[in-house]
Design a binder for this molecule. Structure first.
Ligand SMILES: Cc1cc2nc3c(=O)[nH]c(=O)nc-3n(C[C@H](O)[C@H](O)[C@H](O)COP(=O)(O)OP(=O)(O)OC[C@H]3O[C@@H](n4cnc5c(N)ncnc54)[C@H](O)[C@@H]3O)c2cc1C
Length: 268
């Protein structure tokens, strides 16, 4: 389907992009376009203006600090994360990116777009919550703030990067003992339920697809019974659809949480 007429701007700096986004109510950032263009084609959203982030060098690059902290630009693609020597400091990131859709989507889709769209079936929101990542946001007048991943996701397609703001970078602390498990619709397909776990010190387990935002379990134990208990205590009320009933998703949540933790423990 053809797109409705839309204005287009290709700013040369983050400052200009943020200014354009705040000056135009109907403006939206364009990253890899793998969600927003499809949503526009389906007429589920119709921004008046697209602010193309693809020229912004400030949003690109992957840096590994001497302290092991990874800093990933919002416009880094999944393929770049998979190929990056720096990103291998936290191998789970490239491993999970390799499971997203197909090579075309991985070549265009960006970490920032994945997190900012916050489709509840996306792979990266629960992953970033389990890793204890921090989101760095720039707003009007160059105001910068940092938000922990567990506070970044606010609802379906809603995040702490509000109107007139851009997610610029994601920082991820060091660690290697991470896991990710999903039951998906076919290989590399959309997740029915997914879970990400990190057991670097205490356990952090986040479950996706069962609520509007990733659910961070309230246990820091990586013991299987503790993880199962924490999933039950979360009193999940997952959606039901053609792929799975709410009860089945609840069951899968426990299964994938245990698998993700076992995978993470196997990497200690
Ligand atoms: C066939 C297909 C299958 C897919 N399967 C999966 C899957 O299984 N798992 C999965 O995780 N994803 C999947 N996706 C989605 C894909 O990963 C998208 O790339 C991703 O969700 C959005 O990234 P993008 O860079 O394309 O963002 P865009 O589509 O360009 O933008 C998405 C949204 O985020 C906003 N945005 C983008 N960047 C920023 C920023 N820096 N600051 C503020 N707002 C920003 C945009 O305004 C827009 O609202 C699939 C996509 C397709 C086409």
């Amino acid at each position: 389907m053809l797109l409705r007429e839309v204005e287009y701007a290709r700013p040369a700096s983050v400052e200009e992009a943020v200014r354009l986004l705040s000056e135009h109510d109907g403006a939206r950032a364009l990253a890899g376009g793998q969600t927003i263009i499809n949503v526009m084609k389906a007429r589920a959203a119709s921004p008046d203006m697209l602010i193309d982030l693809n020229s912004l060098a400030e949003l690109k690059g992957i840096d590994l600090g001497a302290d092991g902290m990874l800093s990933i630009g919002a416009m880094v693609t999944y393929s770049e994360l998979m190929a990056s020597a720096e990103a291998r400091a936290r191998p789970i990131i490239g491993e999970v990116c390799a499971q997203i859709a197909d090579v075309q989507v991985r070549n265009r889709g960006t970490i920032g777009g994945n997190l900012c769209s916050n489709d509840p079936t996306n792979h990266l929101p629960p992953l970033m919550v389990s890793l204890g990542a921090t989101m760095h946001i720039t707003g009007q007048n160059g105001d910068e703030r940092s938000v922990p991943a567990e506070e970044f996701f606010l609802g379906v397609y809603m995040t702490a990067a509000g109107p007139g703001e851009l997610l610029t970078r994601i920082t991820v602390p060091p660690g290697k003992s991470d896991g990710f498990a999903a039951v998906s619709i076919g290989k590399d397909g959309t997740c029915i339920v997914n879970a990400a776990a990190s057991v670097n010190g205490g356990a952090r387990v986040a479950i996706g697809c069962v609520d509007a935002v990733p659910v961070l379990l309230s246990t820091d134990s990586a013991d299987e019974d503790a993880v199962r208990g924490a999933v039950r205590q979360a009193n999940l009320e997952p959606p039901a659809d053609v792929h799975a009933s709410a009860d089945y998703r609840r069951h899968l949540a426990e299964v994938v949480a245990v698998r993700a933790v076992a995978q993470a423990k196997g990497k200690t």
